[in-house]
Design a protein around this ligand. Structure first.
Ligand SMILES: Nc1nc2c(c(=O)[nH]1)N[C@H]1C(S)=C(S)[C@@H](COP(=O)(O)OP(=O)(O)OC[C@H]3O[C@@H](n4cnc5c(=O)[nH]c(N)nc54)[C@H](O)[C@@H]3O)O[C@H]1N2
Ligand SMILES: Nc1nc2c(c(=O)[nH]1)N[C@H]1C(S)=C(S)[C@@H](COP(=O)(O)OP(=O)(O)OC[C@H]3O[C@@H](n4cnc5c(=O)[nH]c(N)nc54)[C@H](O)[C@@H]3O)O[C@H]1N2
Ligand code: SF4
Ligand SMILES: [Mo]
Length: 774
């Protein structure tokens, strides 16, 4: 299995750059999903597994958080209710490959640390708890009880519970998440950073401030019945592929789509639905009616111009554009908002967006003509310095025309991980509100801390400053997902203990603390049998639908524990057998956990019964359900948001870090990015042809990417990611793109979104330098 030392480098003989795709999915997608599944788990297991994905008797797709069709909306589920990337996510977990004790005996940690993420992920499922003891070269097997002893001893030896941080990634089901946050709070800290901090935190902040609840307001049916859908900063063809089927329905019904993106993503342009003959042999369905190729970070300026144009159009023809009744009855701050909105600085708007005024005016016209508008967005908006302000402005757009709390309209932050929204509902949040904490105390007769905990970025600062000494991670890949890779790896190596509850090997395991543990967990696809019998878990999708997920496959190994069992056993060891919470009951029967959820978590009354309904149930959402807005003003807040230009010095580019078509976050499935026409390479940087020329380079040159950052405290800083191939690509002028996580080394820890503290992964000022020896 030993690969060449240069496995990080682009293999020039293999690198293929073709034309960027003009359509997503189609037959190739079907073939790829079957091929990958067979390769990972063989034909028999593939045929048994895929028909269970997203079916009522099966398991929730471990891919993204896009919802499933519901009977309540008159929709039936098809026999194949998954997409190419869902199939890959399933195959990744259901693989028959194993990374057991013999694997760790063969590979010293120092060697593993030199491997790529792609290589690490291909070694198969983890099967046994492993420990890396201080000073040792290899991970060695350890019993579960002894592993919990190691964790508890370290935690109990800390000067304060706040010296530990408990990370969560959004795969964890609701039962485990609820038990986990309870354990952490009983231990005595609110240090519950999660992947949301790096993902949709800006959405949660902006929505809470403006409409009083941090989640989206639409159902799947709303999206499909909209007459206008805006898709901002999102690449659904790759990251939420079944969203294309919904966008296709919009088009079938005569609706329109506006896509705003620096890249002409194939999935925004055309969809070849593999479930329709026309998608297999025909040309498929054209999607975006208007493609606005925006400059990175220009969305606030665009949205600000659009809200301005709406107000001006209303001034010109009163009573025809804005929803006056809605504004009057339900919003706060209109007069102040409108005063500012009327002034549009077109020169600044064109500079920030790179868009022609005529196109912005065309989009405004489409908004005015629409009776049902849905605004969707993802990381292109949230991972920006002004991400929160940008999303607030998107909310203004929606409020001005009363596009919330009615069918076919609303706000739709498209979530990432399959249960990231559920984990938040269950209390995985460093700043959980007081009523939730009080309810926990009442329910369990315990005391929990009130001081806000650390988010992901603050956890890293804490590690750097020696204030955080233990990292416990429920899933995820903290080392690779966070910014500033080099500094982050130093921070992790400086910890006394790092613990990862994981399904697969990843970078975080090989940049260990002085002592490190890997605790292997059952995945979503696997049968989970406890003392009371077979268990199921519950999850919440991006549209607040909570439902059951039943693993059906034989577990990857006899020694795996479920996440619920891991938490329950650790809690007993950590908090003592006389603790008021009956942890052993949690493990014995997940209904017990759900009974507590029903009494503690708002909107979850009668949880055990309602999650057993065939399609589960929908969480309450006051703006959607009754146009009530639980904000400080008791109304939806129109806000004033002022775009601030991103300073890009001459000769520099604005770099975004994004996902290829063949990865799930830090898990790299393969080296191809089919829709963008790139094969067999990940260390590539996509740059506009004109920029390549003006910077004095040629397509195919080997360069270092150097990130330039002025830290308010530390002064000028530079970060370098070496040896990337320039690929000429039709991105917006002045912009560049490279893949996450290879490019995370360039994202400064200090560059965060105002208000949400989300790393600015989508706007890094870089220069290109010819690579040494190139
Ligand atoms: N197959 C697969 N599915 C996934 C994931 C995965 O890795 N693989 N990850 C999951 C997770 S956790 C998440 S959060 C989601 C992420 O889903 P996305 O947000 O779609 O993911 P990214 O690849 O980060 O793509 C961001 C998009 O925003 C655009 N963009 C970048 N900067 C700007 C900007 O300034 N303005 C605008 N308007 N657009 C911009 C990029 O060109 C790109 O199209 O996907 C989820 N689903
Ligand atoms: N530069 C840059 N950085 C980014 C982003 C970006 O766009 N650009 N995106 C950010 C975003 S949106 C996110 S959400 C984060 C993602 O960050 P994370 O959630 O931390 O990372 P993942 O890669 O999803 O974690 C993958 C690991 O999770 C484990 N795993 C998988 N399934 C399970 C399970 O069922 N149980 C358990 N216990 N473990 C499991 C496996 O061991 C696998 O290796 O990254 C962020 N980082
Ligand atoms: S759209 Fe997302 S949830 Fe649905 S099958 Fe594809 S990856 Fe899975
Ligand atoms: Mo995410």
């Amino acid at each position: 299995m030993v690969e060449r030392a240069s496995e990080h480098d682009v293999d020039e003989d293999a690198l293929r750059v073709g034309e960027p795709g003009r359509a997503a999915a189609g037959l190739t997608g079907v073939i790829v999903s079957l091929h990958r599944s067979r390769e990972q788990m063989g034909l028999g297991r593939t045929m048994r597994t895929l028909p269970l994905v997203n079916q009522r008797a099966g398991f929730d797709c471990p891919g993204c958080a896009w919802p499933d069709p519901r009977a309540a909306d008159g929709d039936r589920r098809k026999p194949a209710e998954f997409c190419e990337n869902g199939a890959k996510a399933v195959a990744e977990e259901a693989t028959t490959r194993r990374a057991g004790p013999d694997f760790f005996a063969r590979h010293p940690v120092a060697e593993l640390a030199g491997r790529t993420d792609h290589w690490l992920g291909r070694q198969g499922r983890l099967t046994e708890p492993m420990v890396l003891r201080e000073g040792d070269t290899h991970y060695r097997p350890i019993g579960w009880a002894e592993a919990f002893d190691v964790v508890a001893e370290h935690l109990n030896a800390l000067g304060s519970p706040d010296e530990a941080a408990f990370y969560t990634s959004g795969r964890t089901g609701n039962e485990a998440a609820f038990a986990y946050q309870l354990m952490v709070r009983c231990f005595g800290t609110n240090n519950l950073p999660d992947c949301s901090n790096m993902c949709h935190e800006s959405s949660g902040m902006a929505l809470n401030e403006t409409i009083g609840i941090g989640t989206g307001s639409v159902s799947l049916s709303d999206v499909e019945h909209a007459d206008l859908v805006l898709v901002l900063g999102q690449n659904p063809g790759t990251n939420h592929p079944r969203m294309l089927a919904s966008l296709e329905k919009v088009k079938d019904r005569g609706g329109r789509i506006v896509a705003v993106n620096p890249l002409p993503e194939a999935g925004l342009l055309r969809f070849k639905n593999p479930q329709r003959a026309s998608g297999i042999v025909g040309r498929g369905t054209a999607l975006a009616d208007e493609f606005a190729q925006i400059r990175i970070g220009g969305d606030l300026a665009l949205l600000r111009a659009l809200t301005g144009l709406l107000v001006l159009a209303e001034d010109a023809a009163p009573g025809t554009v804005l929803d006056r009744d809605f504004i009057e009855a339900h919003t706060h701050g209109f007069d102040e908002f409108a005063r500012g909105a009327r002034h549009i600085d077109w020169a600044a708007t064109e500079r920030a967006t790179g868009l022609a005024r005529a196109q912005v005016e065309r989009i405004a016209r489409m908004l005015i003509e629409s009776e049902r508008t849905v605004v969707c967005w993802a990381m292109g908006l949230t991972q920006q310095r002004q991400g929160v302000a940008t999303i607030r402005e998107a909310v203004n757009l929606v409020l001005l025309r009363g596009m919330i709390g009615k069918p076919g309209a609303g706000v739709c932050p498209v979530r990432g991980h399959s249960n990231v929204q559920g984990d938040r509902t269950m209390g995985i949040y460093e700043k959980m509100p007081e009523p939730f904490l009080r309810a926990l105390e009442r329910e369990f007769g315990v005391e929990v801390p009130r001081a806000h905990g650390l988010d992901t970025v603050e956890t890293l600062h804490g590690m750097h400053e020696g204030r955080v000494r233990v990292l416990f991670a429920m899933g995820g890949n903290f080392a690779a997902a966070t910014p500033d890779t080099e500094a982050t790896e130093r921070a992790l190596r400086g910890c006394d203990l790092t613990v990862h509850v994981s399904t697969k090997l990843n970078r975080s395991h090989v940049v260990p603390g002085r002592t490190a543990l890997i605790l292997p967990a059952l995945g979503r696809t696997e049968r989970d049998v406890q003392e009371s019998g077979e268990q199921f878990v519950t999850v919440e999708d991006s549209m607040s639908v909570v439902h059951a997920s039943r693993g059906r496959l034989r577990p990857a190994g006899g020694r795996l524990l479920s996440e619920v069992a891991i938490v329950a056993r650790l809690a007993r060891r950590l908090l003592g057998e006389d603790h008021p919470v009956r942890w052993e009951e949690f493990e014995r029967d997940y209904d017990t956990v759900r009974d507590h959820i029903a009494r503690v978590v708002p909107g979850c009354a009668d949880y055990n019964r309602r999650v057993r309904e065939p399609d589960g149930f929908v969480m309450p959402h006051p703006p959607r359900d009754s146009r009530t807005f639980p904000t400080a003003t008791g109304r939806a807040n129109l806000t004033v948001n002022v775009p601030e230009p991103i300073e890009v010095p001459a000769g520099r580019l604005l770099l975004q870090t994004l996902r290829s078509h063949d990865q799930y976050n830090t898990t790299v499935y393969g080296l191809s990015d089919r829709y963008r026409g790139i094969e067999n390479a990940r260390r590539v940087v996509l740059v506009n042809d004109d920029d390549i020329a003006s910077l004095g380079f040629t397509d195919g040159d080997l360069v270092d990417l150097v990130s330039e950052w002025k830290d308010p405290r530390a002064g000028d800083e530079e970060r370098r990611a070496a040896r990337f191939r320039i690929v000429s690509y039709p991105t917006a002028r002045g912009c560049a793109a490279a893949y996450f996580p290879e490019a995370n080394a360039l994202v400064p820890l200090g560059a965060v979104a105002e208000g949400s503290n989300t790393p600015v992964s989508k706007a890094v000022v870089i220069r290109l330098e010819a690579a040494a020896g190139a």
